[in-house]
Design a protein around this ligand. Structure first.
Ligand SMILES: Cc1cc2nc3c(=O)[nH]c(=O)nc-3n(C[C@H](O)[C@H](O)[C@H](O)COP(=O)(O)OP(=O)(O)OC[C@H]3O[C@@H](n4cnc5c(N)ncnc54)[C@H](O)[C@@H]3O)c2cc1C
Ligand code: HEM
Length: 371
């Protein structure tokens, strides 16, 4: 571990147990010194749900070599344009962060720690600002809901059409989505479920989480004719057209969305690579897109689909968690992997693949939360 990294981790332990208080102080500091910044943040903000402080701390603690994360940080900076963030805001946020840490760390806080946080923040902020500055896209697109279909109690599939100009992206990527009419200033990421089309329309598969603010609105309230906002595409779970390896896709629930996009892209050119899709859910109802997957498999001889349910004894296909099903169908010695779904599902699948000696460089994944 480098010296900077050690200082950051060591100093964080001084405040770790008081995170809520640190967060409360951090936001109060920003909003007191710069009241106009309150308008950038969600209307209802409680400390548990407020995301910025946690995101910065995670970034500073994990991106200890920011050069390696150049692309990610530039994209994050571009993405921050949707919040109306300006370059001068970065100093305000850094000063609030340092003051909050200093206040709660107590006597053990010192110049060395302060310098370490400040240096790490500045390097990250500089890359984010450079990314924002170089962006020629609008900060976000307005997009009309063309169709909206409930596929199960908690899952909806809907199609958007960006209104200004087309949004360029690659199959497997995701965008941030806001439903300003229902939940202003709350943005969450969702994967496009189709490969780019000539008419620019975008499909999404969303599951409403129990207490989820944005997902429940997207599933239960949004309707055709509504306007949503979407920000620039991000993510690197894309196909490598130069690879000749066969492919295994592992999807949990609406983690199928980016996998569907990848399959659609493959239908346009693939003749030579076998593609195995494992699609897992709790019960049959949550395998909301299985009929369409089966239709695609019937049309394309290189595609096979294995559905599995973890909690549905009456299901006639595979039973168990999807990572265990993948293991049963192995070995997978020379395949490219794409894994997408909840954090738990992705974590278990990555562990299974590691146990099966699949090299990490052949696995691309998106988890719907921190793993
Ligand atoms: C790269 C990426 C791509 C994504 N793509 C998709 C997609 O295509 N389709 C899709 O449906 N989602 C996708 N997600 C997840 C999505 O971004 C949201 O996290 C999700 O919809 C919840 O948002 P929310 O505002 O409804 O919940 P929040 O208001 O953020 O969370 C509310 C509460 O719900 C609970 N909660 C949060 N997550 C879970 C969970 N997984 N299981 C159980 N409880 C939970 C927690 O208690 C949390 O406090 C993706 C996430 C990422 C990072
Ligand atoms: C080092 C600098 C920064 C980093 C690494 C960073 C990172 C992030 C990340 C990763 C998120 C998304 C969190 C999530 O949705 O889970 C986020 C959200 C956000 N960021 Fe930043 N950010 C930085 C600086 C700033 C600055 C200077 C502002 C301007 C005030 C800002 C405003 C916001 C807002 C408004 C949100 C949404 C908050 C919410 O929904 O609760 N960020 N940031």
């Amino acid at each position: 571990m480098g010296n900077l990294s050690r200082l950051l981790k060591e100093s964080w332990t001084l405040v770790e147990e008081q995170q809520d208080k640190v967060a409360g102080y951090f936001y109060a500091r920003i909003f007191l010194s710069n009241p106009h910044l309150r308008a950038l943040f969600p209307v209802h903000m409680d400390v548990q749900r407020a995301r910025l402080l946690g995101a910065i701390v995670t970034a500073i603690q994990t991106l200890d070599d920011p050069e390696r994360f150049e692309d990610y940080l530039r994209a994050l900076g571009r993405d921050h344009r949707k919040f109306h963030v300006q370059p001068e805001h970065y100093d305000v946020v850094r000063d609030a962060l340092l003051e909050a840490l200093r206040t709660f760390a107590g006597e053990q806080w010192g110049v060395e720690y302060e310098q370490a946080w400040s240096d790490a923040y500045n390097v990250i902020a500089k890359k984010m600002m450079a990314g924002a500055d170089a962006d020629t896209n609008p900060p976000f697109w307005h997009a009309e809901v063309l169709s909206h279909e409930r596929r199960s109690r908690d899952i909806a599939v809907f199609t958007l059409r960006p209104l200004q100009h087309p949004l360029e992206y690659r199959a497997g990527q995701y965008v941030s989505v806001e439903a300003p009419r229902y939940q202003p200033r709350l943005w969450r990421t969702y994967s496009m479920a189709n490969a780019p089309r000539p008419d620019g329309t975008l499909d999404f598969h969303v599951r409403a989480l129990g207490a989820g603010w944005v997902s429940s609105v997207l599933v239960r309230r949004v309707k055709p004719g509504d306007l949503l906002r979407i920000a620039a595409p991000m993510g690197s779970m894309t196909l490598d057209r130069k690879s000749t390896r066969d492919i295994v896709c592992v999807a949990g629930g609406t983690g199928l969305a980016p996998i569907r996009a990848l399959i659609e892209e493959l239908t346009r050119y693939n003749r030579t690579r076998w593609v195995h899709v494992f699609f897992g859910a709790k019960d049959r109802e949550d395998l909301y897109d299985l009929d369409e997957l089966n239709r695609l498999a019937a049309r394309h001889p290189w595609l096979s689909v294995v559905p599995a349910c973890s909690d549905d004894k009456s299901f006639t296909g595979e039973h168990g968690n999807i990572n265990d099903v993948v293991a049963r169908f192995g070995p997978w010695e020379n395949h490219d992997f794409f894994v997408s779904g909840s954090a738990v599902m992705v974590k278990h699948t990555l562990r299974t693949l590691a146990e099966m000696q699949v090299p990490a460089v052949r696995i691309k994944y998106d988890a719907f939360g921190d793993i």
